[in-house]
Design a protein around this ligand. Structure first.
Ligand SMILES: NC(=O)c1ccc[n+]([C@@H]2O[C@H](COP(=O)([O-])OP(=O)(O)OC[C@H]3O[C@@H](n4cnc5c(N)ncnc54)[C@H](O)[C@@H]3O)[C@@H](O)[C@H]2O)c1
Length: 349
């Protein structure tokens, strides 16, 4: 995909602004995870950028080949995730990994990686940054976008399965998209993770956060259910079909790992972030029983090009596996703000 001719002057003007703060071609901005966290942005801005990313992807306004995956050890992966967003003058690549055994074995979170952010006019690197926080905030924002269009009206109950990095970020600002929540159920195989989430966030949320006693307890009691656990290669479903009634919205960060296949097959609407990526991951063996027909992409629903929830009784599943374009939309904002606030370290090229 090419930069439209009519944007060339604006692109040069933007590059000149960047040049005032960073000597492009001679240095790059390095942002550690702490640096990224210090950049002043609001959850509303992140949600806005992420929703725009989903819409732009589905409107085919970005260049984003499906991510390339390597799987060195069972249930681990590296993803190479490039994207170019002409209208944002944003181009880069995330080299992200997921090693679910990391915490136990090495004391690190499972998701790791770096992003290289570049100048689309010259091809020169602008920034290298730790990708963890960007991934964390944009992934929760993808779920929030899906909730805006797919959750039942007046939702009072939300369930979060997995209370690690992503689960915590999902719960943190959930009331911005589900303002009527009364109860938030949380569940983690590592009980202390659920307890810590409650301890940290109960003071800032109106809804009561309750540690669910089991998967069954959580899914039966929650109208909207999100999960962020482990994207397993092998299929070991734990959540049973008979626990899932109509009217629920199920939001997946890790593919089909947790749920019995028949739940997907009987869903009224099955929505994904990228049709192309779903097919690619099916080829890697991630959907051993196939996936149901795809109703729409999340970006098509957000743009109003495909219906979201139409009836209170619909069972809707959104499988958002993550896209580089989300990182790039958020990164354009973070990069500009980091330069504005002189955050990060300049490294010579
Ligand atoms: N879709 C996306 O864009 C995207 C982005 C980032 C991460 N992810 C995925 O989200 C998942 C979570 O990532 P994270 O960074 O939060 O990891 P994390 O290790 O910080 O948290 C995972 C939590 O899930 C718990 N857990 C593991 N298996 C479980 C199970 N079967 N039932 C209940 N709890 C379980 C763990 O104890 C841990 O607390 C990973 O699969 C990752 O690949 C997806």
């Amino acid at each position: 995909m090419k930069l439209p001719e009519e944007l060339l002057d604006a692109a040069e003007a933007y590059r000149n602004e960047v040049q005032k703060k960073l000597v492009v071609g001679h240095e790059l901005l390095y942002l550690s995870q702490d640096d990224v966290k210090r950049i002043p942005v609001t959850p509303a801005e992140i949600l806005d950028r992420t929703e725009k990313a989903l819409i732009a992807y589905s409107a085919k306004k970005v260049d984003m080949p499906s991510k390339i995956a390597l799987h060195p050890i069972t249930d681990t992966f590296f993803h190479a995730m490039p994207a170019y967003v002409p209208e944002e003058f944003a181009v880069g690549i995330k080299w992200g990994s997921c090693y679910p055994g990391n915490r136990e074995k090495y004391g690190f979170p499972q998701a790791q990686g770096l992003i290289i952010y570049s100048d689309h006019l010259s091809g020169l690197p602008l920034a290298v940054l730790d990708c963890k926080y960007v991934t964390e905030i944009r992934t929760a924002a993808v779920t929030y976008t899906a909730i805006k269009y797919l959750a039942p009206e007046h939702t009072e109950t939300f369930g979060m399965i997995g209370c690690g990095v992503e689960g915590r970020q999902h719960v943190k600002n959930i009331e911005t998209v589900l303002p009527g929540l009364k109860t938030i159920y949380v569940y983690d195989i590592y009980e202390k993770a659920a307890e810590k989430l409650i301890e940290d966030y109960q003071k800032t949320l109106r809804a009561r956060i309750v540690k669910a006693s089991s998967y069954e307890d959580l899914v039966k009691n929650s109208a909207v259910i999100a999960s962020a656990t482990v994207a397993a290669e092998s299929y070991h479903p734990i959540i049973e079909d008979r626990w899932i009634s109509g009217g629920k919205t199920i939001l997946l960060c890790e593919g089909h790992t947790l749920y019995q296949d028949s739940i997907f097959k009987r869903a009224d609407k099955y929505i994904v972030d990228s049709r192309e990526q779903v097919e690619q991951f099916a080829a890697y063996g991630f959907y051993p029983f196939g996936h149901p027909p795809i109703h729409a992409e999340t970006g098509e629903v957000a743009a109003g090009k495909a219906p979201g929830r139409e009836h209170p009784g619909e069972l809707i599943i959104a499988n958002n596996f993550g896209m580089a374009v989300e990182d790039m939309f958020v990164l354009r904002l973070l990069f500009d703000r980091a330069l504005e606030h002189a955050i990060g370290v300049r490294l010579p090229l």
